[in-house]
Design a protein around this ligand. Structure first.
Ligand code: ZN
Length: 268
């Protein structure tokens, strides 16, 4: 299966880049918020979009994973086939730019709707990445909550296990991601809310800001006096409250911005 060809969005205009750089340089508590759009440039489809993987395959629900052996079997088969592809994905210029800013102490936290782990792979400090929808690189026992590394489970699947179970209690395992109909992980949501309340600049990249809490966090930040910048291929419902709303290519934009910001802050 080949990935959909992605037509590049326009490049950022120089005055917009100047404004973006100024906002980031003067920020002391920047929070980055990313959605599927940042990872499509790494060839990762938007899982939940109309052409997403989940739309083209059996959509797992919490009930089906728990009680339907056929759904379970399909789920593991799907994972065994597709996980190596997920593991091989590389962060793009956008992820790397955020990681460089994080390493330079410019980023308070990175909130993401993505489950691909590419911020950590790019070099973001793992404990400063808030994964609102969980991660495909972890699995969790549905009975005792013990977590397993995706690579370890992959080895077991490839060794022929058809339904890998928890080594402690024998309970069923599932990816530590949000399935349809589930609420977001409490801890991640609480941390995301907390950093949104104290940030002075929320930089949103590749989220259409339609579903909660994506739609809510920038509003909270704005109400507390933060600047809001939205970098997305298409217009979002929150462009009206943004100090800067840019419909441009995310990777190139963030790379150009990070180069300038890091050059300017080095002098201080
Ligand atoms: Zn268990």
């Amino acid at each position: 299966m080949s990935d959909d060809t992605i037509v590049k969005a326009p490049a950022i205009a120089p005055p917009d880049l100047d404004r973006l750089v100024d906002l980031v340089v003067s920020s002391e508590r920047m929070v980055v918020f990313t959605g599927a759009g940042i990872s499509t440039e790494s060839g990762i489809p938007d899982y939940r979009g109309p052409n997403g993987i989940w739309a083209r395959n059996a959509i797992p629900t919490i009930e089906s994973v728990r009680s339907d052996p056929e759904a379970q079997r399909k789920h593991w088969e799907f994972r065994r086939e597709r996980y190596p592809e997920m593991l091989a994905r590389e962060p793009n210029a956008g992820h790397l730019a955020i990681a460089r800013l994080d390493a330079a102490g410019k980023v308070l936290a990175t909130i993401t709707q993505n489950i691909d782990g590419l911020h950590q792979k790019a070099g973001n400090r793992p404990d400063h990445v808030i994964e609102l929808h969980g991660s495909t690189h972890r699995l969790r026992c549905m009975d005792c909550g013990r977590e397993y590394d995706g690579i370890d489970i992959q080895r077991r699947l490839e060794a022929g296990e058809e339904d890998p179970r928890c080594e402690v209690c024998g309970g069923p395992l599932r990816a530590a991601t949000i399935l349809f109909g589930e609420s977001l992980p409490k801890q991640a949501l609480q941390t995301a809310l907390a950093v949104s309340q104290v940030t002075d600049l929320m930089l949103i990249v590749g989220s259409s800001l339609v579903v909660n809490p994506a739609a809510r966090l920038p509003v909270i930040a704005k109400e507390r006096g933060a600047h809001v910048v939205i970098v997305n291929r298409t217009a979002t419902p929150l462009d009206g409250i943004a100090d800067l709303a840019l419909q441009v290519e995310a990777g190139d934009t963030l790379a150009a911005m990070a180069d300038r910001v890091l050059a300017e802050t080095k002098g201080h």
